[in-house]
Design a binder for this molecule. Structure first.
Ligand SMILES: *Cc1c(COP(=O)(O)O)cnc(C)c1O
Length: 384
């Protein structure tokens, strides 16, 4: 068999080595606590599960869904944007349901990028922006995000790479937990207009914010719809990672291109899931408030534990992660291995998110309060 170069050159699975070490520990009977992956431990709210149960009983949902998504779901997303961000969207042309936002993040490249084209990709950042670009034959240009600049891009420096066709942003950010400063999206939209770049904002964590911080949408910026699209997901907001439902909104031409591509790749989202998604987005939102409080408490637990062992960390204002500087003299991988060895706690080495993730590990807040407390107790005892 002769595999495609595209598949052969995909980077190896980031955590393969760590997974092997964890498997060996577990086989030896060690109680390993994984703060590696970001997959909410909390269940999907009851009323959403019930909406799925009811919808699944209706044979009308058993047939092929429509390619461009259930009209009621597109309308529900548009209504939510109006209420949440004060952004008006045309449900017909500016909203596209996705099989989870990752699907759209990866496929967007096939709608914009030809072999040889360039995309501006945050470093460190969610790996899908670069892998989608690579699969489409394009090249990722790294946008350095450093602590000195609050993990925000320097648009003046970027003006020296005017050939890029796409730029990726993600705030609140995975993995850094950084949030957009008030002018960030205005600067991004102005940069995208000047350089004819499609600005793509991954908004997976806009609803998971702390200390009263409210995250903006890129579409709030004047002129954004001319140059930007935004990807949303029900995965983190409603604890629905397993359901595979999200959406893209914004620039109609980009939405149309992604939609046309998708009609050739998939046949849409199970209608029962889309009906439940309508209930999630337009139903009561009080559990989102409760979830924010739960993550905020967990964040504080992690921040104070590392503080106590002499590793101070800025408490993030959003996301489900704490991005921790590793102690002097250790690499990310060495420190992750040390936490596994000493405390049987798994964290993600920062280098999994790009070269500039060196010097950091990512700690996920998605285990129960009790397990997180146990993990932090071990770290306090063993690393002091
Ligand atoms: C979790 C996550 C998503 C959501 O992915 P889905 O495919 O919608 O589950 C998107 N972007 C980032 C940065 C994430 O961490």
């Amino acid at each position: 068999m002769r595999l495609s170069r595209r598949v052969q050159t995909l980077p190896p699975y980031l955590f393969a080595e760590l997974d092997r070490q964890v498997a060996a520990k577990r086989a030896a009977g060690v109680d390993v606590i994984s703060l590696g992956v970001g997959d909410p431990d909390l269940p999907t709210p009851r009323h959403i599960v019930e909406a799925l149960q009811e919808a699944a009983e209706d044979p009308l949902t058993h047939r092929y869904p429509s390619y461009y998504g259930l009209p009621a779901f597109r309308v529900a997303v548009a209504d939510w944007y109006e209420q949440r961000f004060g952004v008006g969207l045309d449900p017909e042309t500016e909203v596209l349901p996705l099989l989870g936002s990752k699907e759209g993040l990866a496929h967007l490249a096939f709608a914009l990028i030809d072999p040889g084209d360039e995309a501006l990709v945050p470093n460190p950042g969610y790996p899908v922006y670069a892998s989608g670009t690579a699969l489409a034959g394009g090249t990722s240009i790294s946008v350095p995000l450093t602590a000195e600049r609050g993990f925000l891009p320097d648009f003046d420096a970027l003006s020296r790479t005017p050939s890029a066709k796409v730029m990726w942003l993600n705030y609140p950010s995975n993995p850094t937990g950084a949030v957009a400063d008030p002018g960030l999206f205005d600067r991004a939209v102005s940069f995208a207009s000047r350089h004819d770049v499609l600005l793509c904002h991954d908004a997976a964590y806009t609803e998971i914010t702390f200390d009263g911080y409210v995250a903006p949408s890129v579409l709030e910026s004047p002129g954004a719809k001319d140059v930007a699209i935004e990807f949303g997901s029900l995965s983190k907001t409603y604890n629905m990672t397993g359901w595979r439902v999200g959406y893209a909104v914004g620039n109609a031409e980009a939405i149309r291109a992604l939609g046309t591509l998708k009609t050739n790749l998939d046949s849409g989202i199970f209608n029962a899931i889309q009906r439940a998604a309508v209930v999630a987005v337009s139903g009561p939102q009080d559990h989102v408030e409760q979830m924010r409080a739960i993550y905020q408490k967990r964040r504080d637990l992690v921040v104070s534990a590392f503080q106590e062992v002499g590793l101070p960390v800025e408490p993030p204002l959003g996301s489900i992660y704490v991005w921790l500087s590793v102690p002097q003299g250790r690499t990310s991988k060495e420190f992750a291995a040390e936490l596994l060895e000493e405390a049987a706690v798994v964290v993600a080495p920062g280098t999994g998110y790009g070269a500039l993730g060196e010097g950091y590990v990512r700690i996920s807040l998605t285990v129960s309060d009790q397990r997180l407390q146990e993990a932090m107790d071990r770290i306090r005892r063993r690393l002091k």
